[in-house]
Design a protein around this ligand. Structure first.
Ligand code: 4AD
Ligand code: MG
Length: 425
């Protein structure tokens, strides 16, 4: 039977069953009588030890080559692993020219180096772990929403009409929440962003949720915190080894920082309070904090530190800073809207969301202010025909992975990063 490395390592019985394992050679060690190979197929961080006698030609068996090994699964005499594969037949599937191969045997390549080889870096432990975690986190997010999900929103229409790359699925989600009450979508979104940033991509994945009959930011924030914590607990329990590798080798200290985030209740401050805090420390900043001006990354990072490295919701932003669809707080001269951003350690803004303006006349005014009245008649219709209070949010999936794993550069948590001048591969 063909087994993945993961299944072979986890085999219950090791009474010499005959199995076939396929993968890439991670190490070759030859002793007088025996030859040890480690074979990895991406199904787990750990590789499978293959033991062969010296009749096998070890020159052929190079680091990076792909192989198919048939043999018997036996209990390993060594303490390092439970199971090993006693080879009866080893077949080279594809050779690997070690001299030209950018990945070097036994070397721990820095992430910046690996970034030059998006087509090969997934063969390393580091990217292997990150991308297995990414996959598990996707599943965790889907399962968090599953009880409430009725429909996934198609993002594009390419038939005879101009199609646009979406920057957010929000407005379409609002249509759906107007029929299915609670909906989410999880897919690629596109923005023209500066490639120098360590937290922006031109194509990133966003989790967006929209909930009808929600009347307060409190309720919305509870879902956001629940999503973050529940998905993270799932990833931690399903990807223990991979997370350990990241926390040990890529971001030392991150394990404790993450635990700190998980065990504390997230904090809440208003935009106005945030600006007051920042003003007290204005000598630290390149951009002077001021009411009515957007928060810069440096401000976000300061606020998170100030809050003891616990994620913090910043709520009620100036109306003038926010898009037309956010709900007016009607709070006098300072005039804010019911917006919420979640700021997290290491990353800054992770979530953005708001209550939506469900009142026809308020929305009509906001559309007029933005010069969008004509294009958004359909959106106004939602407020004419059975409008309900509702709200929603979006979470940047890559920033989420950066936050839980402590990965500094967003380009290292997505298989093929697309950014300015680099949307080729
Ligand atoms: O704050 P944003 O722009 O919010 C929206 O798009 C809302 N319409 C979402 C909603 O309410 N349904 O984006 C949401 C999140 C940000 O907080 C950030 O984490 C991430 O998406 N994000 C990016 N991630 C990577 N690269 C970029 N260029 C990003 N732009 C936003
Ligand atoms: Mg935002």
């Amino acid at each position: 039977a063909r087994l993945s490395v993961r299944d072979a390592l986890g085999a219950r019985s090791t009474n010499g069953e005959r199995v076939k394992v396929q993968g890439w050679i991670r190490s070759v060690r030859s002793q007088k009588e025996v030859l040890f190979l480690h074979v990895n197929d991406g199904s787990s961080l750990e590789s499978l030890q293959v033991v062969a006698d010296s009749s096998f030609d070890s020159r052929e068996l190079a680091f990076g080559s792909s192989v198919e090994v048939q043999g018997q699964l036996v209990k390993s005499p060594s303490k390092k692993q439970n199971v090993e594969l006693k080879a009866e037949k080893i077949e080279i599937v594809g050779n690997c020219d070690a001299k030209a191969f950018p990945l070097k045997y036994k070397e721990r390549h820095p992430l910046e180096y690996l970034r030059q080889y998006p087509h090969l870096r997934c063969r390393t432990n580091a990217l292997g772990s990150i991308l297995r975690i990414r996959s598990e986190a996707t599943a965790a997010i889907h399962s968090f929403f599953k009880p409430s999900s009725k429909i996934k929103v198609p993002e594009e229409n390419f038939f005879n009409v101009p199609a646009f790359l979406t920057v957010s699925g929000q407005l379409h989600l609002e249509v759906m929440s107007g029929a299915f009450t609670q909906v989410f979508t999880f897919g690629p979104t596109f923005r023209a962003e500066n490639s120098q940033s360590r937290r922006h991509l031109a194509e990133f994945y966003m989790v967006e949720a929209e909930i009808s009959f929600v009347e307060s930011l409190q309720d919305l924030m509870q879902v956001m915190e629940g999503l973050f914590k529940t998905a993270t607990m799932m990833v931690l329990s399903n990807c223990t080894e991979d997370v350990e590798l990241c926390h040990k080798f890529i971001a030392p200290g991150q394990k404790d920082r993450l635990e700190h985030m998980l065990k504390n209740n997230f904090l809440i401050i208003s935009y106005t309070e945030a600006v007051e805090i920042l003003k007290q420390a204005s000598q630290n900043f390149t951009f002077t904090p001021e009411w009515g001006v957007d928060l810069h990354t440096e401000h976000e990072k300061y606020l998170v530190k100030h809050c003891g490295n616990i994620p913090v919701f910043v709520i009620n932003y100036p109306l003038a800073l926010k898009p037309f669809y956010m709900r007016d707080n009607e709070d006098g001269p300072q005039h804010t809207v019911a917006a919420v951003d979640l700021l997290v350690p290491g990353v800054g803004e992770l979530f953005g969301g708001s209550l939506r303006e469900e009142r026809y006349h308020f929305l009509e005014q906001q559309l007029a202010r933005s010069g969008l009245t004509e294009a958004y008649q359909w959106y106004l219709d939602l407020r004419r025909f059975g409008s309900v209070p509702h709200g929603g949010f979006g979470m940047g999936f890559e920033r989420y992975l950066q936050c839980i794993l402590g990965i500094d550069n967003i380009k290292d948590v997505i298989p093929f990063p697309r950014f300015t001048h680099s949307c080729v591969l």
